[in-house]
Design a binder for this molecule. Sequence first.
Ligand code: SF4
Length: 373
Amino acid sequence: MAWHKTNVLQCLQCPFFGKCVLDGYVQPETRPMALGTYCHKVRADIKSGDLDLNTWLQEETDDEAAAIIDTTFANDPHLGEHEGVLLEQYLQIDRTGSLMGFPEDVPDGFIAGILDELYLPLKYGWRKGLLHVEDYKTGWVESVRRPEVVFYLLLGWAYCKAAHIEVDRKRFVYFYGRSGRRVTIDYTGSFDELRIEAKNIIRQVEALLENPIPIPGSHCTTCPIITSECPLYVSIPILADKSIGHAVDRFLSTGSMTPAEAPIVGFALHAIEAKIAELKAAIKPWIIENGDIKIGDGAWIVSEYPGGRWNQEVALDILLEEGTPEEARRIALGVDKTRINRLKAFPEVRQRLYKYAYIPGEPEKRMRFKKDK
Ligand code: SF4
């Protein structure tokens, strides 16, 4: 079997999920997964010159993707260095480091991966003798994962060996697109040590797969099978299993639960939280296109709100001016529409705030549950 670094990480985090993926179980992509793939593609296209950053930013309708790419390019120190950079290059190597290309039947123990960026060593400048492998991340969690570092470095280094490119220094860099932060790991070991580390990781994964149990953790938040296949989730159907439902209710009203109930109630929170944000983001465009979703005595609707903001400094000046009534001064440390509308008894102050401290903006569409009247 060819070991891909993504499979390895999945198996190490949760053997049950890893096994599902290896068995070919086709799961729907979660929003973070789809967003990550999209941003990687956009970044690669911009770097290769197929897309223009500013044109793309103007035309892009996904605000989250636009914000990530904007920050990414504002913080990329190697923008002009396209020469010698292989983007999204697919490589396969065996454990001795020979480059294998794309064999159909890959023998056991092979390692495969998709390198986000591979800067090959040059004879001058910052890349003098330096093999620089970069992994681009678009998620919120800025983690450093040793198996990822090992697999990617091994791929890059094996490529250099196969292509007879001399390497003096080896560097792995995480580039977090959302924050623009970079984490650099300089590797000082030998190629053989790296190879042995990769072998040990694979052995660890193979052992875990002998008994692929679900291991919950922060990775559950982006797990695409959390509410469908995960044995932990299906074992805690709050609605079907009354004892768990009662434990949750009791905990919410008394603040106490037994040690045996705690992990299962904690996981319930994970499962519910993970889906809510995704569901809200997906349902909003559906409602805009297809109309309200009627449920019982109400409906999920999308309404338009003015998208302006308040200039707190100007509002503060108005509210602290001499003669402003004390009741109005009380909102000086945080002005918003709700607080200002409470100043019904002072229409002049309200009028001045709306006139001078309000900066109009594009209207925003927000989703809410509206009860029937
Ligand atoms: S939700 Fe279940 S299957 Fe998915 S990662 Fe968490 S424990 Fe594993």
